[in-house]
Structure formats: C-alpha cells, structure tokens
Design a protein around this ligand. Structure first.
Ligand code: PLP
Length: 395
C-alpha cells in the first residue's frame, strides 16, 4: 500500500468506499498511480472528465484564466460567466442560466425555483413534487428528498415534505400522482446511479402533457446524461420534448466544480434578487474551462462520433454473450452504458481492476461504463478482451 493511501485512510472521513489506489497524474483515458502504474479509466471520474484527463486545450484555458481573474463574487459580472451563459442558451431550449458548484446545488436551485414560481402564480398550496423511484438527485436535504432510493434516507429523516414517488415508465401511476398541488416533476431521462435505466418516449411524452395540463414544471436532471455523454449535448434532445428546467453539472467543466440550472425567462424570473445565491457559483476559472468544453463537445462531428462509439461498444458487449447466460442486459445511450448481470458483478469488477481497468458499479449486479468521450476503438478492444476473460472466470 502506498503512502498516499495510508495517509488518506488516517485523515479522511470514512464516508466513501475507496479502492486502495491513489492517482497522481492523468492523461487522456489514462490515470497513473504514485508508483507509475497505468490504469485505463472507464469511469471518467463518474461521467465528469468527458474530454479525458489533462486535455491540452483545457489546460491552456485554465492557465490563462488563472493569471487573469479567479473570483469577484456575484455582485459583479465576469467575462467567462457571461460568455458561458450565452453559450448554454445558444445551445439549448433555455433563455437564462443560474450557476452553482455541484449537482446537488443545481437541484436545490431547481426545487426552490419551482416552489417559488408556483407560490407566486398560484399560492402556497401548490408545493408538491413528483419524482421517480430508483432515482438519484444528490445528497443535500432537498436533493435527497426527491431521490427515490430509501437506503440513502436512512437516519436522515424527516426529509422535505410533499414528495410523491412513482415507478419509472408507469403511465397509470403517473396519471394518479398528478394534481393541482404539484409544482414540478423531476426526473433523469436515463437513471444513472440507479443502474442506467432509460425512460421511454411514451412515458416522457405523457409526463410533458400532464405537466402542461396541471401547470407544473418539468425538471430534467441531466447532471450525468449531459455534455455529450449520450451522443447529444443533452439527452432531452433524444426524446423530442423540452423541459422547463434543466440541471447540468458533472462534465460541464470537465472536473472543476461547476453546475448550471437552465430555464426559460418566464420561469427564471421567479428568482428575484435575494431569493437564491451562491458565493462561488459561476466561478471565472470553472466557467472559462466550461466554455472550452462546450466548444469541443457541441461540435456536430464530435457528438456523432460519441453516438457511433456508443453503438459499436453496445453491440460488441451484446455479442460477448449473445445467449445472455451471464449478461442479462446491456442498456444505455451513447457512452453511458450499463451491463446488468444475472449475478453479483463484484468478481468481474475485481478482475477488471487487476487488469488495470476502472469501471463503476451503481448496483451490485450492474457495471457502468462512462469512459472519456475521447476513448478510441483500440481501447474498446482491450476492454472487451479483458471483460471476456473475466466472464470465463465466473462461468
Ligand atoms: C452525480 C449526480 C447528482 C449529484 O451531483 P453532486 O455534484 O455529487 O452533488 C445529481 N443527479 C445526478 C443524476 C447525478 O448523476
């Protein structure tokens, strides 16, 4: 065990189940330990480093902005924040942007905005949220309250009042849940931490229809699915419907803490001066990097490439076990892929780790692949070969 791991174990809070691995450097799809061992990173820091580690164009922007301006507070405008907001508006349905620092903070902002708008337009009785079972929206009290996985609530209750949970893709439950008391429905178009479960077009169409009928806002949590991960800049584009509010974070600044809540002007206007704020939100360095991220990722050819790579990887994964003896299902869109096994996937995870490949396990029988979007086909070869070997191990 290396000295960094030992030090970490001594001094860091024990809230993470960490590998006994410490990385000191990254480049592209690779991470390097303190002893110089090289790992193939199919986690990308949990769908964060979409352009890989130490991307030269991002490093350059980071250094340039580091010499110009770090922070002013939101009492003033800054160049990177204004330009990034414009870029996000140009690329999406949105007209206004609020910046924060993490996924959960963007969710908090969205929940507060939805309540505040409903309060202004209809009064305090329109305060309920509809959320989905098996969802994940973050760990702060508000975000946790709309997270549909009771294991995360244990010991932290009481949570926020007025949240109704329904099973994903259940049209009947959806209709039953709606009423005039609902101010918003929140969902991930593809559930990420839940194990890569996509919502159906039919379900999302009905969600949109009911939101309009009951004058509730539709909040898309695209914290994991956004920034090119699924082969579109944002996953809502796959479904042909627009949310009222969209939360993005993770890959937005490729690893610097940044999140954004996007909305139309008529929605965002409910956040009047003093209603909500963040000291670091829209930090100039993070915004400058994010602007460059968006320039690269929003290129049509880049996104098409991601979609193609995702399609190839998924097909090759299915081909590994066409009779579905070991692999139950391969799901996902673009380079957000879940492999569900009939049995616990821990032995496979461990074999991959021994072969110096990093993946994540959102559920005990699901392996999630979120490689940097710049991953290449040779790396797929190596990954698939290694996975095939780890499957024979458990046959
Ligand atoms: C990661 C994630 C969050 C929480 O983001 P944090 O930055 O950890 O607060 C919320 N929603 C989804 C869908 C996520 O994947």
């Amino acid at each position: 065990m290396g000295y960094l791991v030992e030090m970490g174990e001594l001094y860091l809070a024990g809230n993470y189940k960490r590998e006994k691995l410490a990385f000191v450097r990254g480049s592209g799809t690779r991470l390097f330990t303190e002893d110089g061992e090289e790992y193939l990173d199919f986690t990308a820091g949990i769908a964060v480093c979409n352009l890989g580690h130490a991307h030269p164009a991002l490093v350059e922007v980071l250094q340039r902005q580091g010499q110009r301006l770090w922070h002013t507070s939101n009492l003033y405008y800054t160049e990177p924040q204004a330009k990034l907001a414009k870029k996000l508006v140009d690329l999406t349905f949105a007209e206004k942007v609020f910046f924060a620092n993490s996924g959960a903070e963007a969710i908090e902002a969205a929940l507060k905005l939805a309540r505040r708008l409903a309060f202004e337009n209809y009064g305090p009785q329109k305060y309920k949220f509809i959320a989905l079972e098996n969802s994940f929206h973050g760990r702060t009290f508000g975000a946790l309250s709309v997270t549909g996985q009771p294991k995360y609530w244990e010991g932290f209750q009481p949570l926020l009042e007025g949240v109704i949970f329904i099973p994903p893709n259940d049209l009947q439950a959806l209709e039953t849940a709606f009423s005039d008391e609902v101010c918003a429905m929140i969902l991930e178009p593809i559930q990420g931490e839940g194990g890569i479960f996509p919502l159906t077009k039919e379900f999302l169409g009905k969600v949109k229809e009911l939101c309009q009928k009951f004058k509730a806002l539709l909040i898309f949590d695209e914290i994991q699915t956004g920034i090119g991960r699924t082969g579109k800049l944002f996953a809502y584009e796959h479904f042909g419907i627009e949310p009222d509010i969209l939360c993005t974070s993770k890959a937005l600044a490729n690893g610097l803490p940044l999140s954004a809540m996007l909305a139309k002007s008529e929605v965002m206007q409910a956040l009047k001066p003093g209603t909500h704020a963040s000291t670091f939100g829209g930090n100039p360095i993070a915004c400058a990097v994010a602007l460059k991220v968006l320039e690269v990722v929003s290129e049509k050819s880049f996104l098409e490439e991601v979609a193609l790579k995702g399609k190839v990887l998924k097909e090759r994964l299915i081909y590994l076990d066409p009779e579905k003896k070991i692999i139950k299902e391969v799901r996902g869109e673009g380079l957000l892929i879940g492999i569900e096994f009939h049995k616990p996937s821990q032995p496979i995870y461990e074999t991959l780790l021994k072969k110096k490949i990093l993946v994540t396990q959102p559920k005990p029988n699901i392996i999630r692949l979120t490689p940097p979007l710049i991953v290449n086909y040779r790396e797929f070869d190596y990954f698939l070969e290694s996975l095939a070997q780890s499957l024979t191990g458990i046959k």
